[in-house]
Every structure is written in C-alpha cells, then in structure tokens.
Design a protein around this ligand. Sequence first.
Ligand SMILES: Cc1cc2nc3c(=O)[nH]c(=O)nc-3n(C[C@H](O)[C@H](O)[C@H](O)COP(=O)(O)O)c2cc1C
Length: 364
Amino acid sequence: MSSVFGKIFRAATWGESHGPAVGCVVDGCPSNLELTEADVQKELDKRKPGQSDLTTSRGESDTVKILSGVFEGRTLGTPISMMVENRDADPSSYEELIGKPRPGHADYTYMAKYGNVDWRGGGRASARETIGRVAAGAVAGKLLETRGINVIAYTKQIGAVESKELLDSSMKGIQDLIYSNPARTIDASVAKDMEEQVMVARAQKDSVGGVVECAAFNVPQGLGEPVFDKISADLGKAVLSIPACKGVEFGRGFEFAQMRGSESNDEFILNDKKVSTKTNNCGGILGGMTDGMPIVFRCVFKPTASIGKKQKTVDVNTLSGAEIQVEGRHDPCIVPRAVPVVEAMAKLVLADHGLISGFIPRRL
Ligand SMILES: Cc1cc2nc3c(=O)[nH]c(=O)nc-3n(C[C@H](O)[C@H](O)[C@H](O)COP(=O)(O)O)c2cc1C
C-alpha cells in the first residue's frame, strides 16, 4: 500500500478512521521555515467536520500536535511528524455492515485485496486520512508563501448549481469569502442554491456530487519535468488520489474537444518586455512545465457513497443477497470539505517541484 507522496518534499499519511489517531510525516522540508501548530491548525479547521448541516456531524476538534522536526518555531530539516487524535469515533453503526460492502465505497476492494479490513468507518479509505494531507499541505503552503506562491481552491459546482464567477488573485479577502459560506464558494449569489442542493439530497437520504476549482498564482516559469513528471501529471495524480475524486481537467479541459486551434491557442504577448500570454486556456502549463500564468484546474467529486436510502448489496460471508441502509454520520456532499484537501494536494506538488527545479532552496 503506497502511503507516501512526492520526490523531495515527501508526505506520508497514516491512520484509520476509528483508530486512536491519524497523521502524517513530512520529510524533505527545508530547514529554517517558520512553522507553528497554529499554522497547521488554521488549515485543518477548514476541513473539520460538523461546521454546518452540509457536512457530517462527527464531533472532532481535529487538534494537531507537532511531534518532531520543529525547534523554536522553525523547521530543522528533519522529518516533521504531526498527529490528530480521533476523539469521537463511534463504530456501532458499522457493525450491521460487516461483510456487506457499501456500494460505491472501498469496503469490497479492501476486503478482496487484503482479507483483513478495519471495517470501522471505512478504515484507511475514510476521509479522516485526508487530515494528514491537509497538515502536510499546510507546511508546503508556508514554504510556497516564502516564494510568493498562493494556492486557492473553492467549490465550483454542486449538483446542477454552478458558480460563474472567475477566480482572481486580486479578489479581496478571497479565503474569508470562501469560508464564510458552508458551500465554500466564491460566488455569494449561488451559495444558497448550492446549500439547497445538498439539503434536498440529504432530506431524501441521498447524496450529491460536484466540482472543485483550484488555482495557483504567482507561479514561476519552468516548474515541471518533462516527460513523465510533468506538473500536470503530478497534479493529476495528486487530486485523483483524494477519495471520491473521479476526474481532473486543466485550463479549458474537456471544452477543448469542441474548440478550434485558432480559439484554444494562447497568443504570446509582451508584457513590460516579458513574454506572457493573452489568454490562459491551457491553465498555465505547456509541455508539462509552468509558463508563468496561473495554474488552473478543476476536479469532480462523486456523490457520497454512504447514503440512508435502502441499497442492495451482497453478504460476502453467507454468499447471499443483502440490503443495507447506511446509518451513522456522513457528508451528504463531499465537495465543501474536499476544497481544503484539493488545495493541500496542489501545494504539495508545487513545493516538491519548487525543490526539484531549484526555485526553492534546500535550506532557507
Ligand atoms: C472530504 C471527504 C469527505 C468524505 N466523506 C465521506 C462520507 O462521509 N461518507 C462516505 O461514504 N464517503 C466519504 N468520502 C468518500 C470516500 O472516502 C470514498 O468514496 C471511498 O474511499 C471510496 O473511494 P473512491 O470513491 O475514490 O473510489 C469522503 C471523501 C472526502 C475527500
């Protein structure tokens, strides 16, 4: 099982949903980066459950402890280990599901591959695992900040409701705006409609999917290594590794299929004697390397697998048909809580490529 991500800036996540704790180890972070638990906590608070009716009611404070790698508020260049205790685990509602895999979840594939599965709350396939990603991403984000790079993700779409607003780094207080509404969107005019989509699905004991858009601003030219370690390939892998993420597109993405080259090509221009492009259809990446324009990508999340509606499945122990109704605490829509996870994965990739290219030094 591969639980390590990255080449120089490496993050390993560990822990199961109902085990004593979850966390991560970050290896390869340059020394002398200012880092406190409050820096990491700020990011974890964005994905914390129970912040609105749109998310699971599991009551976790998700308080982080930094166990190693930081001394007197600055990184040592040694592994940074971070831990969050699971305090509100309640496996009782999962007992009913033993041997009866939830359709759409990872229960069956874990059973088939490993034969020994922590059935409590999805075990390793639970979104609790993404705590380690967000904690590691917080460190990567601090590193990127030292080079002026800023990464922002928000909810682009929930169900049929889409935000038409364009993400722009000059938007004032953009992070506050995103986290001021439970849908985690930048467009106040559709935030309520997005919420409604989730509330209706939830009332029907069902779930709904959606899209997260992410952009990185002030990115230098030349991050990304052709041909297999293109920055688009690494970002693609990063977001597709997030549970329930089922697709990713860069720039105009799947719209390219209906465009002509004359429309899709980004014309080169001179901006204060610097080469730039007039448009950003390619999402800031050409040939797998950043061109200096903002990196822009979107990723789609499927509707939450665990739903209260009756569903047919099988009992793998008795080899007979079975019916389940998933009780317990679940997100009726994954998207709002996936927003900080997408942001964290993008930061991990950018920090890693910053170090690979030499744009970020090994020692600050
Ligand atoms: C932030 C976040 C929250 C999630 N919450 C739930 C949940 O409450 N219930 C659930 O069944 N799946 C939830 N998931 C998705 C499952 O973890 C995921 O569907 C499962 O591991 C199967 O993997 P796959 O969908 O990638 O195939 C969540 C995912 C993320 C990223």
